[in-house]
Design a protein around this ligand. Structure first.
Ligand code: AQP
Length: 340
């Protein structure tokens, strides 16, 4: 069956955007695909991580996968650094990708800011490691939020350039000329880009300094409810149709969150709430969010404390991932001309 790969960085508190844009969508794919879900700790250290925080955040992401419904027996759940082939293939891709491609990445520009001479080399090369993550498993489908679209296009460019540069060698080794597949992003639904609760034009993000800007997956019922009720909005009531959300980023965001959490479309949400004020909508959204998220956060807390179980799951997943990854790397070494 077709293979899915997706990764989340253990680089801070997971939030509602990570959940709706990615983690929640991992679960149903287990029925239709072979699924590989990775805690990308090597990506996380592209910006400084205190080692104890990294360990805790790694377990937090694994716990979130499982609490959301990812079954570590059906899916492969592991942390990236356990499978050294990620780094090995990333190096080959560093030599395929062009510096100009990396310089055009908006995430790099955003994260580096004005200080681009003084960020880690890893931050620039980030998309090359991401391409390795996906292509090691020859995954064809990658469920991610909208912000990862440009990186996935780069993954396709790297796959195509590798297949092309090494075309003769691939044939000589008796391998499929389309050695690396062309990957499709799975970006769909009302929650591909959840915005900050403080500013409807900014992405909800782990690295936003304001804790009020995001709903953390470890927030308790009270915190979730308070943050939603305090979320920035314009004063107008909810529009009657989706057209009316244009130019109202905060309203669009909250309606989108309601839609995603209730498995409805934005239009259906507006059929129910259109014409009503925030005093009606926000408490309804808060109740919905608490009902959906509080049980998960309880389960996450329990799992995070059980480090023996979590570490065991990651180790087992790492072994299963390495078995697949090594097959690909074995071929890559032959294609490139590395003697073993
Ligand atoms: N606001 C969001 N809305 C929808 N999806 C989102 N994702 C992240 N933010 C949103 C998706 O979550 C997955 C996790 O990706 P990541 O761990 O690589 O983090 P990121 O994309 O860099 O974004 P974060 O979590 O906000 O971290 P910082 O603050 O470090 O940038 C991806 O599938 C992503 O699309």
């Amino acid at each position: 069956s077709p293979r899915v790969f997706s990764g989340i960085q253990p680089s801070g508190d997971l939030h509602l955007g990570n959940y709706l844009g990615a983690i929640r969508r991992f679960v149903p794919l287990q029925d239709t695909h072979e699924t590989i879900y990775c805690v990308v700790d090597m990506h996380a250290i592209t910006v400084w991580q205190e080692p104890n925080d990294l360990r805790r955040a790694t377990r937090e992401v694994a716990a979130a996968f499982i609490a959301a419904g990812v079954d570590p027996k059906r899916s492969i759940v592991f942390n990236q650094s356990q499978v050294m082939q990620h780094a090995e293939l990333a190096w080959v891709f560093n030599c395929i990708a062009r510096i100009g491609w990396m310089n055009r990445m908006t995430q790099f520009k955003d994260k580096a800011g004005k200080n681009s001479e003084n960020v880690s080399l890893g931050l620039l090369a980030y998309p090359s490691l991401m391409a390795a993550d996906i292509l090691l498993y020859k995954a064809t489908a990658v469920p991610v939020g909208d912000d990862q679209k440009q990186h996935l296009e780069l993954t396709r460019d790297i796959a195509a350039k590798f297949n092309n540069d090494y075309a003769a060698s691939i044939v000589e080794q008796g391998l499929d000329p389309d050695f690396f597949p062309i990957t499709e992003p799975l970006i769909a639904g009302p929650a591909t880009r959840i915005m900050s609760l403080r500013d409807g034009t900014k992405k909800m993000s782990k690295s936003d300094p304001s804790d009020q800007s995001r709903i953390s997956l470890l927030d308790d019922a009270d915190a979730i409810s308070k943050k939603i009720k305090k979320a920035t909005t314009d004063p107008a009531e909810l529009p009657l149709d989706v057209e009316g959300l244009k130019g109202r980023p905060e309203a669009d965001n909250l309606v989108g969150i309601y839609a995603a959490l209730s498995d409805k479309t934005k239009a259906e949400v507006l059929t129910e709430f259109g014409g009503q004020g925030w005093g009606k909508f926000k408490p309804a959204l808060a109740d919905l969010a608490v009902a959906q998220l509080a049980p998960m956060s309880g389960e996450m807390r329990r799992l995070i404390e059980d480090t023996t179980t979590i570490d065991g799951i990651l180790r087992d997943g790492g072994e299963r991932a390495a078995a697949i990854a090594e097959k690909t790397m074995h071929d890559v070494r032959r294609i490139v001309g590395f003697i073993r």
